[in-house]
Design a binder for this molecule. Structure first.
Ligand code: AKG
Ligand code: FE2
Length: 268
């Protein structure tokens, strides 16, 4: 399950360090200090390398992403693009372990983030459907996301060659816990290997819709200073694009140390 911690106590730190050996998929820290970029990087580096991202903006500091939706620059309410549930960079064979996201400016209403447990989405399927999905692979591609934006930004196009589509199990095992999770998402997953195109499209649509069921989710309402940490295998997330004011989020992804990758595959 996920949990919420208040303040900056030792208990908070011990919850975080328990993450790797438990089934916790999501942690939310309230009443924190606003992190500088250096503090934010230091926090992430306790768990792995600070992450890289295909979406880095030129003006962002290295390995930090700032999502700044500012109505003084662009209208917000009603014009923000829908961002469906996703795991970050799922097209990478070694995707980020997770991310730390902190709210620096929040709108007066709205701007929540929903997290779905992919353990729960897998376990919520019937035994027959689970058996059918076992052993299937699906392709995840950065190009899918790039094309959804109409004309892709040049920095993203340049990355397509570096990141060819990855073929990954539809039912994957978590590298730390070995527990099975459902591993498809509408931003990056293009098709299921070995199925006809129409079969794959219908099945993926079902699985994407299945992930949006409220019983698999928590929904976070942000205050300034709050930090969310999510496990990027056992969760997917979606920002709710319903607000009118400014929303500025500072984020650092955490990469899995290479030696840890596929530990569960080896153990299985
Ligand atoms: O802004 C948010 O609520 C989440 C955005 C997101 O998808 C991310 O930080 O990976
Ligand atoms: Fe994301």
């Amino acid at each position: 399950m996920g949990s919420t911690c208040r303040g900056r106590s030792a208990r908070t730190r011990s919850r975080l360090s328990a993450r790797a050996s438990s089934n916790i998929w999501f942690l939310f820290f309230r009443e924190q200090n606003l992190l500088t970029v250096e503090q934010h990087k230091a926090l992430a580096q306790n768990f792995g390398e600070a992450g890289v991202s295909a979406y880095q903006y030129e003006e962002d500091e290295e390995k930090v992403q700032v999502f700044d939706v500012n109505p003084e620059k662009l209208p917000t309410r009603g014009s923000l693009p829908f961002v469906p549930f996703h795991a970050d960079l799922s097209y990478l064979p070694n995707r980020p372990l997770g991310a730390f996201l902190q709210a620096h400016v929040v709108p007066s209403a709205g701007g929540d983030t929903c997290f779905a447990s992919t353990y729960a989405t897998y376990e919520g399927l019937s035994p027959s459907m689970r058996a059918f999905l076992e052993g299937l692979d699906a392709y995840h591609s950065l190009a899918k996301q790039a094309m959804q934006r109409g004309v892709p930004p040049p920095n993203l196009l340049a990355k397509l060659d570096e990141h060819p589509p990855a073929k990954l199990p539809v039912v994957h095992r978590h590298p730390d816990t070995g527990r099975k999770f459902l591993n498809v998402n509408p931003i990056y997953t293009t098709h299921i290997d070995g199925l006809h195109e129409d079969e794959s499209a219908v099945l993926l649509k079902f699985l994407f819709d299945h992930t949006t069921r409220p019983e698999f989710q928590v929904r976070l309402h942000w205050n300034v200073d709050d930090i969310a940490f999510w496990d990027n295998c056992s969760t997917q997330h979606t920002p709710i694009q319903d607000y009118g004011g400014r929303r500025r989020m500072q984020r650092i992804a955490v990469m899995r140390r290479i030696a840890e990758t596929h530990k569960a595959d080896v153990a299985a």
